[in-house]
Design a binder for this molecule. Sequence first.
Ligand SMILES: [Cu+2]
Length: 457
Amino acid sequence: MSFTRRQILAGLSGLAVVGLGVGGGARYWLGRKEAPSGHDYELIAAPLDLELVPGHQTPAWAFGGAAPGMELRARQGEWLRVRFINKLAVPTTIHWHGIRLPLEMDGVPYVSQLPVLPGEHFDYRFRVPDAGSYWYHPHVNSSEQLGRGLVGPLIVEEREPTGFAHERTLSLKNWHVDEQGGFLPFSVPREAARNGTLGRLSTINGEANPILDLPAGQIVRLRLLNLDNTATYRLNLKGLGEARIYALDGNPVEPRPLGEDYWLGPGMRICLALRVPAAGEEIALRDGPVRLGTLRAVPAEGATVGWPAALPANPVAEPDLANAEKLNFNFEWVGTTPAAGETAAPSLWQINGVAWDINDKTCADRPIARLKQGKSYIFELKNMTQYQHPVHLHGMSFKVIASNRRKIIPYFTDTFLLGRNERAQVALVADNPGTWMFHCHVIDHMETGLMAAIEVA
Ligand SMILES: [Cu+2]
């Protein structure tokens, strides 16, 4: 099977940038101070046929006429106002992964809002407190909705210009399609009981094995986002050129070399600075030994510059470790392997002995932990399974402080890839009131039990 460039064959082109937009809409906030009414983006979810496999159509679902969805941008500290219009035949929502926002904007059905029904719209309006690379996706029937393409990048720019003159967003997604472009099952119980159900066609920005041109001799900010349901990418670069890590999952880190294989689990992001080699050189962006795409250096104007300074820290509260309360969270496998052909969503995983039932609208009424607002906590995350779980918390960022399996340089994140049998400690200040989802971002682990609610009041 050979895949070439994606072509959009049909479908609704769904997005309009309104209001103050100039030059493609990326600078729509110019001149606006605080205006919670109206909207900056009109974002439509609608069916869209894609040519992921040459000569065949894939009946995808798209945000803003593209899958992955169109890139939304905002500036740190300002409002992001999105009028979301559902032109799908099914109910849905939008969750803003990694954004610290009020509960009613969080996009979780029956917890923060009712599902947005076909033909309805919903206005999402919130301030974006942190700069970095984030993303958006539904929180309804997630295996299918994310699987069909409802995922998109959300970039929050720093308040002040950084030292980067060039940047690219690379959204990684592995599609569940066969050789005719038809969708394969997004979740198969016997796979959900193991690593999760993998897709078969790896893409960057919707294209299999693309060639991406970068300016020779320049330093480029590469925002790599894992928007996949299941796959953990073991990212590495092969070729000339030097890469340094500048941010993990939206939060700046002290710049350091990329090194070998960075494990980027579902929902996670990494921001690299890449010194692009001389024109004509190529760098392979790889998942382990497998090439995902090619970065090609092309002649460029402009003098070469040095490495940018570290990005400014986000205003995330520092947990008080000396006085923090410790809470244990055990991630367990229930221990039944579904028979081949079994179709109902089985209960396969648990957190602290409780499996989330994706069909029960009242699960969030029974939070597995109740945190006191303003207090610091240390979560002891214990993976009692043979599979890794990207553990994600809504509403708040947490600081990874320790692991029994690897050396940790403490950093803030919203998603931590908890390795098999790993024990890790993360800490946070419970500073955002609400009922927040706490779940594995392997979507079919989440839908077969590995989700819980944590209350902050
Ligand atoms: Cu998992």
